[in-house]
Design a protein around this ligand. Structure first.
Ligand SMILES: [Zn+2]
Ligand SMILES: [Zn+2]
Length: 269
């Protein structure tokens, strides 16, 4: 098993040490794991962002990471990674803010749109449901267009998790065009997506992305997919891994992707 979306105490919303997460991963027979701790500059102005610090100290992180990596090197391979919260206005300054080259793996996620967070619903206020979708995917597209220094897009359709804030439901057909452009951009850049299994734990009916998006990705020629449990607790590491592999096979994907030193490796499934 390979899990490329795992948090530790270096994320403001996770209280477990790297060691606790690694021990759980070893217990579950994970071969290779990437930490993807949050760095989100400009998370918005809601309560969530004032209570939680979404930026960690990279020197402390690397020091702890190297210690844990070395201590458990005979049992598991671990990678230093980051879940980089991206917005169009951050693209130009990100390399000044963060030494991205220190990481083995970079997951780019959109958690905040127009400096308004999705989590507490600020972004959805006074906006039609379809407008929310358009703005979310347009911003993601702009980030993809302007920014190259990442490997995988995290939970591509995160907006679906916040349907409770929408005043009406949105059909896939209504935003299929923009999501196609997003997927084409990912493919043309040689980047990929993850299947993030946290949706199920948050009460959604499917993984992120859902079946419609995975089929569209496949039909457009998309091949690069990582597995990510998005664990914030040891027990969630590797969550629903076998179900994901089964789904990938059903959809005729041939392999899962892992990374080493920012380079792709394909694992036949
Ligand atoms: Zn995330
Ligand atoms: Zn995450």
């Amino acid at each position: 098993m390979y899990d490329y979306h795992v948090h530790s105490m270096f994320s403001g919303d996770c209280k477990y040490t790297m060691e606790e997460m690694v021990l759980a991963a070893i217990d579950k027979n994970i071969k290779s794991l990437s930490f993807t701790d949050h760095i989100d500059y400009d998370y918005g102005s809601g309560n969530y962002s004032s209570e939680i610090n979404f930026v960690f100290n990279t020197e402390d992180y690397m020091k702890e990471f190297k210690k844990i990596k070395n201590n458990y090197k005979n049992q598991i391979e671990i990678l230093s990674g980051v879940e980089l919260g991206m917005q169009p206005h951050l693209v130009d300054k990100i390399h000044e803010l963060l030494p991205l080259d220190i990481f083995d793996f970079i997951l780019m996620s959109v958690h905040t749109v127009k400096r308004q967070d999705l989590h507490e619903g600020e972004f959805f206020e006074n906006k039609s449901a379809i407008k929310s979708y358009e703005e979310y995917y347009e911003d993601l597209y702009t980030c993809l267009d302007k920014f190259d220094n990442f490997d995988i897009v995290g939970h591509l359709n995160l907006i679906d998790r916040y349907s409770k804030y929408l005043n009406e439901s949105v059909k896939f057909e209504d935003y299929k065009e923009i999501i196609s452009e997003v997927l084409k951009k990912i493919i043309s850049k040689g980047k990929g997506i993850e299947i993030n299994t946290s949706g199920i734990r948050y009460g959604m009916e499917s993984f992120l992305p859902n079946l419609d998006i995975l089929k569209l990705y496949k039909s457009l020629g998309g091949e690069i997919i990582t597995f990510g449990s998005d664990s914030h607790k040891p027990e969630d590491i590797g969550f629903a891994y076998n179900d994901v592999i089964k789904l990938l096979k059903e959809l005729d994907f041939k392999y899962l992707t892992i990374f080493k030193n920012r380079k792709k490796q394909f694992i036949n499934i």
